[in-house]
Design a protein around this ligand. Structure first.
Ligand code: ZN
Length: 147
C-alpha cells in the first residue's frame, strides 16, 4: 500500500495507524498533516475518507473550507457545493435542526448548495456516496452553465 498523497510505500505500522483512524492510506508525514487539521477543526474521519474517495474519481474538494462564517467539512468550490458530515444526527435537537435549516438558507442565498450526509453512510456506502455526489456535481455544473 502506498500513501494517497505522495505515493510513498507504507510500512505495516504506518498503514495501520492511518487506516485505523481515517480509513485511508497515508504516510506518517501526511497523516500528521491530517491530525493537525482534525485537531483544530474536529473534522470527522468520514470527511477525510470522502475527500479521498472523490479525489480517486477526479473530483477535487477542500477539507475544512472557510466560507466566511464557519468551516465547512468538505467543499467543492468549482460548483459551490458544501458538504457537511453529520455525526450526531440521532440526537439532533430541534434547535440544531432549525439552525441547520437557517444555515442552508444563507448558503443558498449566496449561491451555494449544502448537503448533509450522516457519517455512517460514508462508512458503509462510500462508493454509492461518491457516485451520488458525482451526480450532484454534474447537475450543478449544468445549472451554472444555464445561469
Ligand atoms: Zn505521503
Amino acid at each position: 500500500m502506498n500513501c494517497l498523497e505522495c505515493n510513498k510505500e507504507l510500512s505495516y505500522i504506518d498503514h495501520k495507524n492511518s487506516f485505523d483512524i481515517y480509513g485511508v492510506e497515508l504516510c506518517k508525514q501526511h497523516k500528521g498533516r491530517m491530525d493537525k487539521l482534525v485537531n483544530s477543526n474536529k473534522t470527522p474521519a468520514e470527511a477525510i475518507k470522502l475527500y479521498y474517495g472523490l479525489k480517486e474519481i477526479g473530483i477535487s474538494s477542500m477539507l475544512e473550507w472557510w466560507d466566511g462564517k464557519k468551516s465547512v467539512d468538505l467543499a467543492i468550490s468549482r460548483v459551490k457545493l458544501n458538504i457537511e458530515i453529520d455525526t450526531e444526527y440521532n440526537t439532533i435537537t430541534h434547535e440544531q435542526a432549525i439552525m441547520d435549516l437557517e444555515e442552508a438558507m444563507h448558503s443558498f442565498k449566496n449561491g451555494f448548495t449544502t448537503i448533509r450526509i450522516p457519517d455512517v453512510v460514508i462508512k458503509y456506502y462510500l462508493k454509492e456516496t461518491v457516485k451520488n455526489i458525482e451526480g450532484i456535481v454534474e447537475g450543478l455544473k449544468v445549472n451554472i452553465k444555464t445561469l
